[in-house]
Design a protein around this ligand. Structure first.
Ligand SMILES: [Zn+2]
Length: 394
């Protein structure tokens, strides 16, 4: 007779991942007061105190530090707070989300969460563009400074100051995801060595990072559920998706659902990024609608009208039909949204490798994203990039 020994719960499973808490939106946003428990793909035995691992580590200054700049780069050499340790089970979800050490754990978890997603889309590990000098990314979870920035070897987070209310960016997933977007892009395209006056590298970089923030947010099950329940499946309504940059350090007004076209923007990089972000958002929504219609969850005519110019009564008709379908088969809505998200996300990531950072134009980036997309996604992206005047209409 053979003895089969039951494994003790959780023993030997150190490789299935590590648990953390993440706030999908900062906890002061109504509806997001509680964090989500997430599993990061990194194994428990690959994370040390800090947290830290082979590609990144947290350095949390004990006193205030100056933000990094050209003459001032990591590693941080000053006095540091004690590195945060995992619980006895080696997960990091034992840290009180209202405590100071949680800032370090949350910042790390957000960077890892976003990296997991974009490495999946890329189909490979991201090798930091600075890894010849610094083997690991240094994450500074708190600097007394009204900004957040990612650069050569670091990602550091200050705090916002709105009417005297200070809020650490370490608790702001959108901000962190945006900064990780910059790092991922630079690591894939390489750093530009010359900047041409009519180049769009920096505008595209802002657009790409906002898309990383938006698409990564859509990877929280709780966020998708909340979004769909609140809008009853109708993404044309005002919702979390167009609020994602609300507390972004770079500007308050970068919205994914904007109606800006290239003829209406300035050369300022964030402004010039808006049509691209809008085209990406519209393509996700359009793909989502196709899927809903194909599954009998939305009015067919939704595909034939210009949604940007919808009259109120038409909008109400669509909303009614969608809401009815959503109440009986919500699962289809969730599947449609995640499929749309991933089709567009994967195309964006795949496009990076083909871009030359020195000569990059938005038109070229749009064509590369379209070329990297499959079937209907490619058609819809092309249509939306054309509407935004990023590429010529055919
Ligand atoms: Zn940025």
């Amino acid at each position: 007779m053979r003895l089969i020994r039951d494994e003790a719960p959780d023993s030997g499973n150190a490789r299935v991942g590590t648990r953390f808490w993440i706030y999908p939106q900062p906890p002061f946003i109504p509806g997001y007061e509680q964090p989500d428990r997430v599993w990061l793909s990194i194994a428990r035995d690959e994370i040390g105190e800090g947290p830290s691992d082979l590609s990144m580590y947290v350095a949390d200054p004990l006193y205030d530090k100056q933000p990094y700049g050209f003459a001032n780069l990591p590693p941080f050499g000053g006095a540091k707070r004690a590195p945060v340790r995992p619980g006895p089970d080696r997960h990091f979800d034992n840290i009180d989300p209202t405590s100071r050490p949680f800032l370090a754990v949350h910042a790390y978890a957000c960077v890892r969460f976003v990296l997991d997603i974009w490495q999946s889309y890329l189909g490979q590990r991201v090798h930091w563009f600075f890894d010849q000098t610094f083997p690991r990314l240094e994450i500074v979870p708190f600097v007394d400074w009204d900004n957040a920035q990612a650069g050569y070897g670091f990602l550091e987070l200050g705090r916002s100051d709105v009417d005297g209310i200070l809020r650490p960016y370490a608790l702001n997933f959108d901000t962190i995801a945006h900064e990780v977007g910059h790092l991922v892009m630079l690591s894939e395209t390489g750093v530009p060595t010359v900047t041409s006056p009519d180049g769009d590298f920096f505008s595209f970089s802002e657009a790409f990072s906002d898309c990383v923030s938006l698409i990564s947010f859509l990877h929280f099950d709780s966020a998708i559920d909340r979004l769909l329940r609140r809008t009853r499946g109708n993404l044309l309504l005002y919702n979390e998706l167009n609020r994602f940059a609300e507390t972004s350090p770079e500007t308050q007004i970068r919205l994914a659902t904007n109606f800006r076209r290239m003829s209406a923007v300035t050369r300022e990089v964030h402004d010039r990024a808006l049509p691209f972000v809008g085209a990406i958002f519209d393509s996700i929504v359009a793909l989502y609608h196709r899927d809903l219609v194909a599954n009998g969850c939305a009015d067919r005519r939704l595909l034939d009208v210009d949604l940007r110019e919808l009259a109120q009564d038409e909008f109400d008709t669509f909303r009614q039909a969608t809401a009815e379908a959503f109440s009986t088969k919500p699962l289809y809505f969730k599947l449609a949204l995640t499929a749309a998200r991933d089709a567009v996300g994967a195309a964006l990531a795949t496009a990076l490798k083909t871009l030359d950072p020195n000569t990059l134009r938005l038109e070229e980036a749009a064509n590369a994203v379209t070329a990297a997309a499959q079937g209907t996604a490619a058609e819809l992206l092309e249509e939306n990039f054309a509407w935004r005047e990023i590429i010529a209409s055919r």
